[in-house]
Design a protein around this ligand. Structure first.
Ligand code: ZN
Length: 220
């Protein structure tokens, strides 16, 4: 079978002292480990690095954005959405990408959350759906030592699959891994991360990215 083709995209406002190759580079590194054919792209590339030609050769798109969501052109947003819904490109928004235009457009939601705190406290990620391909190899729970807290309510439509729920130091909870099937596409939202913590280098996060690449590309 031909290799999975992933595109890892970032708005590139993350500090290079924490993510030397960007968050796109951190995800790409995890995917290369399992033989995924990986490209990276960023907000300031021509057409945001999301030309028709590039998207046409992408099976699954990983996306990190935070403060520059408004800079994404409506044309490019529409193109990404089309590739997800009409062609079946997988879409994996990470952490603060809950405000990414394609995520809001595809799901018809704001992505608003109840609150957040840069408390550096550990995050307990409970694996609710242990039989899901995205949960493969993760066991019943994993702990991320240093993360930002998010708390419910999270304004998204009811998920088709709820895979992870996180709890935080003061009892806050958040649905940290959810899927939706829309059109021909598969969408997986993954909560952990934050641009000033090295959380996306943690082994369980790398495993989730690898599993999500297979699932998002409809190979699992
Ligand atoms: Zn954050």
């Amino acid at each position: 079978m031909s290799p999975i083709r992933a595109l890892c995209w970032s708005e590139r406002t993350e500090p290079l002292s924490v993510y030397p190759d960007g968050i796109d580079g951190a995800v790409a590194d995890a995917l290369k480990e399992i033989g995924v054919e990986v490209k990276t792209a960023k907000m300031d590339d021509p057409e945001h690095g999301l030309s028709e030609e590039v998207l046409a050769e992408t099976d699954v798109l990983f996306w990190w954005s935070h403060i520059r969501n408004g800079d994404l052109s409506e044309d490019v947003n529409a193109r990404v959405v089309k590739h997800v819904l009409a062609r079946g490109m997988g879409f994996v928004p990470i952490h603060s990408a809950l405000f990414a235009k394609p995520f809001q457009t595809i799901l018809g939601c704001t992505g608003n959350i109840g609150g957040w705190d840069h408390n550096q406290a550990p995050e307990n990620v409970y694996v609710i759906d242990q039989n899901h391909p995205i949960a493969e190899g993760l066991g019943a729970k994993f702990v991320l030592p240093e993360t930002e807290m998010y708390v419910e309510p999270f304004d998204v439509p009811p998920p088709d699959e709820l895979i992870f729920i996180s709890s935080f130091s003061r009892g806050e909870v958040f649905r940290s891994g959810m899927t939706w099937y829309r059109g021909r596409g598969r969408i997986f939202y993954f909560r952990p991360g934050h641009e000033t913590y090295k959380v996306l280098f943690e082994e369980p996060c790398r495993k989730v990215f690898q599993n999500a690449a297979r699932w998002g590309a409809s190979r699992a």
